[in-house]
Ligand binder design. Structure first.
Ligand code: AMP
Length: 571
């Protein structure tokens, strides 16, 4: 953020913040208040209620945390400030920010309370009388009901990301909690948007509030280079692979609509050698924290998340957000892309859009007031040149490896004995590293994208229909297309799980008849009444004829080669 701030603005001193807080801000490297801070600090320090329209990334956490800390009675060991947030991640993040700002203030105790964490441990911590509590509504209510937490002495309640709490169905809980706090408390409400329900809440619970709106949306998303990739649903997985390979991203966050898709993508990406993890509602809290930490410290580079699981995620390394599925709610798009471009950095965002999602795209463009820039799918050349560079980088990193000298000696002897050049030996080692999978994408591996049928904006003009693809295909990554290697052809056989066939039956029969080694037989996908099997390209005619005569589990195979890529994916 600091790069946005101009030096003619007042400094933090001018607002009358105490010395210890100023020192902490200095430690954090904040030179000037952000606009939302400059506008809200005077009101909040006076104890006024406040209605703030601002998003994550504007510095709103410090805007409410600094006055709260300034006004804290450090001698009283009881809850004085309650911050309500929609998610566990945000609770942790806000509590961490508060702890950072309070570094030099002796005697401040703040605590994050959220579901999924150990209840007993929270009870024990609550007994120590933390002055600031940051929590999600459900777990807070449990503690209040059980008498572990009293809000009687609360001076300030902050509702952070109120619209998100509304969206997640927490508003009744928020009102219940507000009802447990003293009538005279200060209420601060921050929300990225102001739907009618949030307006009602503010009318009902805020007294004569100061109103502050920070028009960050356009300014904030301007730092993020937003592009649009038009494709058909079955192409998404391949497109994701290529984008991840071709884009120079430090860490990438991929958004999918459902947790099933996050898990499937995680699996597919891992199979291609990405260091990745899925973040969805099924991931236990401790595990989520580990994932975020590993993303932060560079142990993983790709996280595939649902919208809810990624709320509040603040990791500076994320330089690319891929919207694998278009969000149904355009507001969610802004939240998603806001996960990159953190702390004043630049960020990239790519939105995958299928023809049937045109309306969603329009809604997003209306909301952000920006046209997304169409991009082409990275072609085999782009991907391949990145692969070569990455291989060279991997080699470079190993030059100082502890056994390199030893290998050098072995290779010298080997080259002499075999009369080959060291380069050839090194190339064979690279092949060993690569295994069976082709190192390069085949140059004719061009996917036919929607714009190929009539210019890059064809999708925008043609409207919603996409040649009869099923809803299921729309949402799921296509595992079959994923694995059709360049040196294989895909065949269809008329035996499926209804005939109780197992992959072993198919491998056994084909291996015997075609004289192929089992491992030369590629991917097999079994469907209800048929299956597909990948076999090496260039099968001799007589072998094929023999396979056509074959029966497996008493079913004639009636094998036939699938011709087009479209046919191979629709089989
Ligand atoms: P927030 O909107 O609270 O999530 O803050 C967004 C980011 O801005 C966080 O990384 C903060 O550490 C950072 N930040 C907050 N206030 C300032 C400031 N006055 N100067 C520089 N960075 C800030």
């Amino acid at each position: 953020m600091s790069s946005d701030v101009v030096s003619s603005r007042p400094t933090f001193e001018a607002f009358g913040l105490g010395r210890d807080l100023l020192r902490a801000l200095d430690d954090c490297g904040y030179t000037h208040p952000s606009p939302i801070q400059a506008e809200t600090l005077p009101h909040l320090l006076q104890g006024s209620d406040l209605l703030g329209q601002a998003q994550t990334g504007t510095g709103k956490t410090a805007a409410f945390a600094l006055p709260a800390l300034e006004r804290l009675d450090l001698l009283r060991r009881e809850p004085q400030v309650l911050v309500l947030v929609p998610t566990r991640e945000l609770a942790i993040q806000v509590a961490e920010a508060i702890a950072r700002y309070a570094t030099h203030l002796a005697g401040v105790d703040s605590l994050a309370i959220y579901g999924g964490a150990d209840f007993r441990a929270q009870v024990n911590r609550l007994r120590r009388g933390p002055q600031i509590i940051v929590g999600t509504p459900g777990r807070l209510m449990d503690h209040i009901r059980q008498g572990n937490l009293s809000l009687d002495k609360l001076g300030t309640v902050v509702l952070d990301e109120a619209d998100e709490m509304l969206r997640m169905g927490f508003i009744d809980d928020v009102e219940w909690i507000l009802g447990q706090s003293p009538a005279q408390r200060q209420v601060v409400l921050f929300s990225a948007t102001m739907p009618a329900e949030i307006r009602r809440l503010s009318r009902q619970y805020l007294r004569d509030p100061a109103e502050v709106t920070i028009a960050v949306r356009k300014a904030d998303t301007r730092r993020i280079h937003q592009r649009l990739l038009q494709l058909h649903a079955p192409q998404k997985l391949e497109a994701l692979h290529r984008v991840l390979e071709a884009e120079a991203s430090e860490a990438t966050l991929v958004f999918a609509r459902t947790k099933i898709v996050t898990a499937e993508l995680d699996e597919a990406l891992e199979a291609r050698g990405h260091r990745c993890a899925a973040l969805n509602g099924d991931v236990a809290q401790a595990q989520r924290e580990r994932i975020i930490e590993r993303l932060r410290n560079g142990q993983i580079d790709v996280v595939v998340a649902t919208d809810v699981a990624a709320r509040g995620l603040d990791v500076e390394r994320i330089s690319l957000v891929v919207n694998y599925d278009v969000p149904l709610d355009p507001e969610a798009y802004i939240h998603r892309i806001g996960r990159t471009g953190r702390a004043g950095r630049k960020g990239d965002a790519i939105l995958f859009v299928t023809p049937r999602e045109r309306r969603l795209l329009m809604a997003i463009q209306r909301l952000t007031g920006q046209q997304l820039e169409p991009m082409a799918l990275p072609g085999p050349e782009a991907v391949n040149s990145k692969r070569e560079l990455r291989l060279m980088e991997r080699i470079r990193q190993q030059l100082g490896g502890h056994d390199v000298a030893l290998f050098e000696r072995i290779l010298v002897e080997f080259c002499k004995a075999e009369s080959i050049t060291p380069i050839r030996a090194a190339a064979a080692l690279a092949q060993l590293l690569q295994g069976e999978r082709p190192f390069l994408l085949s140059l004719d591996d061009q996917l036919s994208m929607p714009q190929a049928h009539g210019g890059r904006d064809a999708l925008l003009r043609r409207g919603g229909r996409e040649g009869g693809r099923s809803e299921r295909r729309e949402r799921r990554p296509d595992r079959r297309e994923q694995s059709l290697a360049a040196d294989m052809d895909r065949y269809r056989i008329e035996v499926g799980w209804k005939h109780r066939v197992k992959p072993g039956n198919i491998v056994g029969a084909i291996a015997n008849e075609a004289g192929l080694q089992g491992k030369a037989i590629g991917r097999i996908d079994i469907f209800a009444e048929h299956s597909t099997v990948d076999l090496p390209k260039g099968m001799p005619g007589d072998v094929f004829a023999a396979l056509q005569q074959l029966t497996v589990v008493d079913q004639p195979l009636r094998i036939r080669k699938l011709q087009s890529r479209r046919e191979t994916t629709a089989a």
